[in-house]
Design a protein. Structure first.
Length: 330
């Protein structure tokens, strides 16, 4: 039987999460380069449309695990639903985005197979034997090239934005196999009693397409709201921040980007008055285009920026807002 590379997909509001499509992209790359097939699994009460999306986006074979116990998510239900599938397929690699869900569930699932999880990988040497996964632990102070010398199944999670899903097809015709999963309620140690929005300002920055982020260089909450808020509104962007902004209580912690905040990978990241400390960079360097505005021409953030503007945010940003508004009104 051909080798299987299995991506476990997460979904949100009826769509596969972008980071899970990135896991599928790596499964496809491994299958193409090492020989085998790219499979995907999705779990939901009614997974059919999600499974079809995965089959269209490049999975050769999709397993649609269906069951009312699978929504809302609990680690026990996911583990009990996935373990038999993984036992049956014995995938060379089981891949997931490095999300809260994966961190919650995958280690227990892997431990059931006596396997470790290589977590938060930023690169994969697909042609090495065995396959090497690259991690950057301790706020990217080290590069750890990691292999799993154990037998299949092996497990890895991927940092959001590290693997591009841009080249996935939209017209693939993978097969979909539905499996009804009956989970014994008594086996679920954790129950979700209620799901509440995390306040009106809650944002999931990890799936934002455009982020405008501000740092200490904004100088005050008033400037932050006016300049970061103004540019974000003009661009239709989500708002992010460096840690000093959160520490100063200009914004709640959920907006913090970096090693102790969120990891983001938007198409466009605009950094205003942010110096580019490593703890911030590890959270946003997966962005496709980085535009930075800083008055210090030697600020480290310019080393990783696609475009850099040396200037004072209080002068440059109002002009930028005006230009974006004009361009959008045409
Ligand atoms: C364990 C640990 C975890 C951490 N986690 C995080 C994290 O998750 N996220 C995070 O962001 N940080 C984190 N930090 C903090 C990090 O080390 C930096 O201190 C922080 O990122 C700096 O934020 P900043 O760039 O906004 O501020 P600064 O480093 O002070 O930079 C401000 C920048 O603004 C520029 N500037 C000033 N005035 C203007 C102006 N008028 N116009 C234009 N530019 C101007 C300056 O030239 C400077 O480059 C962590 C630190 C530790 C020790």
């Amino acid at each position: 039987m051909a080798d299987v590379f299995l991506a476990i997909a997460e979904h949100e509001e009826g769509k596969i999460r972008r980071a899970s499509l990135e896991a599928l992209a790596l499964a496809r790359r491994l299958a193409a380069e090492r020989g085998g097939r790219a499979a995907a699994a999705v779990l939901a009460a009614e997974p059919a449309p999600l499974a079809e999306e995965l089959a269209r986006r490049g999975a050769d074979e999709v397993f649609a695990l269906a069951g009312t116990a699978l929504e809302p998510y609990t680690p026990d239900a996911y583990r009990l639903a996935l373990a038999p599938l993984i036992r049956e397929l014995s995938p060379e690699w089981v891949l997931m985005a490095h999300t809260y869900l994966a961190q919650d569930m995958l280690p227990t699932l892997a431990a059931g197979f006596g396997a470790p999880v290589i977590s938060d990988c930023v690169d994969c040497e697909t042609d090495a034997d065995p396959v090497v996964f690259v991690r950057t632990p301790y706020d990217a102070k080290f590069v750890a090239r990691t292999v799993d010398r154990g037998p299949a199944p092996r497990f890895a999670t991927l940092q959001s934005g590290a693997f591009s899903a841009d080249d996935l097809p939209d017209d693939h015709s993978g097969t979909v196999t539905r499996r009804d999963v009956a989970v014994d309620e008594g086996a679920l140690r954790r129950r979700v009693i209620e799901v509440r929005e995390a306040g009106g300002r809650g944002v999931d920055l990890s799936s934002a397409e455009i982020i405008v982020a501000g740092g200490r260089g904004l100088g005050s909450k008033e400037n932050f709201d006016k300049l970061v808020g103004g540019l974000a509104k003009a661009l239709g962007a989500a708002i992010g921040a460096s840690r000093p902004v959160v520490d100063s209580e200009w914004l709640p912690h959920e907006h913090q980007i970096g090693s102790s905040g969120q990891i983001v990978s938007p198409r466009l990241y605009v950094a205003l008055g942010i110096s580019g400390a490593i703890q911030h960079m590890v959270g946003m360097r997966g962005s496709q285009v980085i535009v930075s505005i800083n008055k210090d021409k030697d600020a480290p953030i310019f080393n990783e920026s696609t475009y850099g503007i040396v200037g004072d945010v209080t002068e440059v940003v109002p002009e930028l807002i005006k230009a974006v508004e004009e361009a959008r009104s045409q």
